[in-house]
Design a protein around this ligand. Structure first.
Ligand code: HSE
Length: 436
């Protein structure tokens, strides 16, 4: 290849950085044939070596900012994770005229608007395929592959740790805390595992996907986030009996009034392909007007799957280096001057169906009281399951049709106030995920 090599500086040589280095080296010849130029690692910024990487001959520094400022480096790959330092690093790299590739979902979801503006000003690219669903090329699919479509909604299993926990609870009846411990030992979990189980990691990724789908600015602070730590094996089993699986889903739907942006445990019909995505795997289902539903499945975390996305970005950046900013694929899929101001809906305004589990004192008339509260709130019941346990307290499981969250909140408050209902009502949202 006649063109001179493109020089890359990798910041962070942990799980993803190490995988990126190794795959670049192993597949150098095929990557060069695709990019049209050699992609060479010029410098690595890392606090410590990675025993899985043979880095002989590559400059290594423990000063990542030296990489961001190195005049020899064309593209800075940010794989250190976290917020403040990563933001400073990326802005420094942009300021020095470098293109940036990052896998950092928290950084993009929370500071992406500012980063993309800085990049546009400096006429450089910031690529972030690895930030959502690891190795699945979901950003490319939405941003480029679905460019003809008006996207109606998307729903994704976008946190491998959470999905692993729910799968183990269902398949093996294991307790939540026990499975989380294993996920941490296996290295799937975030540094702070509450990010996985409380849905923050998934909300970061969903925020990015929604912006790409609808062309709205990134608004992580408006995402509704509910974790899986309250899910019990009891609910997993009742869901199964009703023909559903519980998945920790990120859902974003475009309505006339605004965009739904929510992460929460969700019952989905077991016959849907996405309901059968198990373990640490990720999947994103997108419903778009022209193509209909499309499903993207694969490894959402891990060293080489994430490296696969990082390197695809490197190849894209190399191919578009000579184009000016108006002729590149826009960071958020739509041209910055054509972004939509459709608001993100508050959670009270969203519409969905519900699974409710209540503990009732077993005597006549309780069910009638509950159903009359639901009917007063215009909530229509899809099915009811009442379990005779022989105990004084019996569980009642109700599936409802779609209703506004605000009305369901009212109904739950009134049901919890009934004398014959003990404790809190368990509420899990239900999505059919069928095409419009
Ligand atoms: N902790 C994340 C997960 C890693 O479990 O999916 C990938 O972003």
């Amino acid at each position: 290849m006649g063109l001179k090599p493109v020089k890359v500086g990798i910041c962070g040589l942990g799980t993803v950085g190490g995988g990126t280095f190794n795959v670049l080296k192993r597949n150098e010849s095929e990557i060069t044939r695709r990019a049209g130029r050699v992609i060479r690692v010029e410098q690595i910024g890392a606090r410590r070596p990675n025993p899985n990487c043979e880095t002989n001959g590559v400059q290594i520094t423990d000063d990542i900012f030296a990489v961001a400022k190195n005049p020899e480096v064309d593209i800075v790959v940010e794989l250190i994770g976290g917020y403040e330092t990563a933001l400073e690093l990326v802005l420094t790299a942009i300021e020095h005229g470098k293109h940036v590739v990052t896998a950092n979902k928290a950084l993009i979801a929370e500071h992406g608007n500012e980063i993309f503006e800085a990049a546009q000003r400096k006429n450089v690219m910031v690529a972030f395929e690895a930030s959502v669903a690891g190795g699945i090329p979901i950003i490319k699919a939405i941003r480029e592959g679905l460019a003809a479509n008006s996207i109606n909604w998307l729903a994704g299993i976008i946190n491998g740790t959470g999905n692993f926990i729910l799968t183990e609870m269902r398949d093996k009846g294991r307790a939540f805390g026990d499975v989380l411990k294993e996920a941490q030992e296996l290295g799937y979990a975030e540094a702070d595992p509450t990010f996985d189980v409380e849905g923050i990691d998934a909300a970061h990724k969903l925020t990015i996907l929604a912006s790409l789908a609808y062309g709205v600015p990134l608004q992580f602070n408006k995402a509704y986030t509910e974790g899986i730590s309250e899910i019990t094996t009891e609910d997993v089993n009742y869901a199964e009996e009703l023909g559903y699986r519980i998945k920790h889903l990120g859902v974003s739907r475009r309505t006339e009034d605004g965009i739904e942006l929510r992460v929460h445990p969700t019952l989905i019909p077991e016959k849907r392909l996405i309901a059968n995505v198990d373990g640490v795997m990720n999947a994103v289902l997108v419903d778009a007007d022209a193509v209909g539903p499309t499903l993207y499945y694969g490894a959402g975390a891990g060293s080489e799957p994430t490296a696969s996305a990082v390197i695809a970005d490197l190849v894209d950046v190399v191919r578009a280096m000579t184009a000016d900013r108006d002729n590149r694929v826009p960071h958020l899929a739509f041209h910055p001057s054509h972004m939509s101001d459709l608001p993100i809906l508050p959670m009270e305004e969203i519409r969905t169906a519900y699974y409710l589990r209540l503990n009732a004192i077993d005597h006549p008339g309780v069910l009638a009281e509950v159903t009359s509260i639901l009917s007063a709130q215009q909530i229509s019941i899809d099915s009811i399951l009442q379990k005779g346990t022989g105990e004084e307290l019996v569980p009642i499981i109700i599936l409802t049709h779609e209703v506004q969250e605000k009305q369901m909140n009212q109904a739950i408050k009134q049901i919890e106030a009934l004398e014959d209902i003990q404790g809190a009502v368990t509420r899990i949202r239900v999505e059919q995920l069928d095409a419009n």
